[in-house]
Write a protein that binds this ligand. Structure first.
Ligand SMILES: NC(=O)CC[C@H](N)C(=O)O
Length: 327
């Protein structure tokens, strides 16, 4: 009897807590992210060899709070090369959790492939009691090996749940169930190695080529009571290309800031209304007609990435709104 070939899953390591080392096993907060190399990470999960032929490489060893646009582009390019490699069946990206959702969303907008691409990370360092990284890695490799994970775009596997890159967001500072998809819910689960998707695949919107150079400057403002226009004026003076306004409620803008944002628009700055609430859609309303753009269900940090890529295409507010309507 011939043994069935195991899938070849390639791991791209970016650092983060999953590769974090602390002084002792009780330490779950003070540690150095990205201190552990890819080989040590794989050795901690010997069960991987039962389910896949696993190879790995280090793309970066950073705390993901320091993620940059250049590194995000580098990660997208390397992932694309791996997707084109016929010997690779699926890809797992280990990443710090702080900005994991931004990288996953960026790759979902710029890559196209039937092969699974799975992001994972950890909330406790590799050296901690009850470290969550090893099981997250095993679950991610199970998912990357699953034929059911094909044609679903970029996925995030954490804490036994599978999430779509557009909805998933980090919602808690320390708990292992921090990753949630607040609008549409998790799309699947990994239980005892069994990968189970709850829904058929949603449409995948890989809309852009991987950008070749720096993206337009887009900043995020956070709405609050008794707000002044100081920050909007600073952004107008800085000649940014876009502003994401994380407004109160459904992207509401206070009367003190509204005239300043209108002035920004007159200077050619694109303004997107998102919400500081963390979930729900911001939809176009007569209170804020075009050129105000509404973010849909995208959180401010993902709205920023989408707007940057749309501004590269030199789209006008109406065209930009059409793309945000997909979310
Ligand atoms: N749990 C984590 O991964 C957060 C640690 C670190 N700040 C990072 O994002 O890389």
């Amino acid at each position: 009897m011939t043994k069935e070939r195991l899938p070849h899953i390639h791991i791209l390591a970016m650092g983060g807590t999953i590769a974090g080392r602390a002084a002792n096993a009780a330490e779950t907060v003070g540690y150095r992210a990205g201190a552990i190399g890819i080989n040590e990470l794989l050795e901690a999960v010997p069960q991987l060899t039962d389910i896949a032929e696993v190879t790995g490489e280090t793309v970066a060893s950073i705390d993901s709070k320091d993620m940059t646009e250049a590194l995000m582009i580098k990660l997208a390019r390397r992932t694309e090369e791996c997707l084109l490699d016929d010997s690779i069946d699926g890809i797992v990206i280990t990443h710090g959790t702080d900005t994991l959702e931004e990288s996953a969303f960026f790759l979902s907008l710029t890559l196209s492939s039937a092969k699974p691409v799975i992001f994972t990370g950890a909330m406790r360092p590799a050296t901690a009691l009850s470290a969550d990284g090893p099981l997250n890695l095993l679950d991610a490799v199970h998912t990357a090996s699953s034929p059911d994970a094909k044609n679903r775009g970029i996925l995030v596997v954490m804490n036994g749940t599978i999430h779509d890159a557009s909805d998933v967001t980090k919602r808690h500072t320390s708990r292992v169930d921090t990753f949630q998809s607040p609008n549409r819910g998790a799309i699947g689960a990994v239980t005892g190695g069994h990968v189970h998707f709850f829904y058929t695949a949603a449409p995948v919107h890989n809309l852009f080529p991987i950008p070749s150079g720096p993206l337009p400057e887009v900043e995020i403002l956070y709405g609050h009571e008794n707000e002044s226009r100081i920050l909007v004026d600073a952004l107008i003076n800085s000649k940014v290309s876009g502003i994401i306004y994380a407004g109160t409620g459904m992207g509401s803008i206070s009367e003190t800031v509204l005239p300043a944002l209108r002035e920004a628009q007159e200077q050619g700055i694109a303004v997107v209304r998102a919400s500081r609430t963390g979930s729900g859609a911001v939809i176009p309303t007569s209170d804020y007609p075009l050129p105000f753009i509404s973010a849909g269900t995208l959180v401010p940090q993902k709205s920023r990435i989408l707007l940057q890529l749309l501004l590269v295409k030199k789209m006008n507010p109406s065209e930009i709104q059409h793309v945000f309507n997909l979310y």
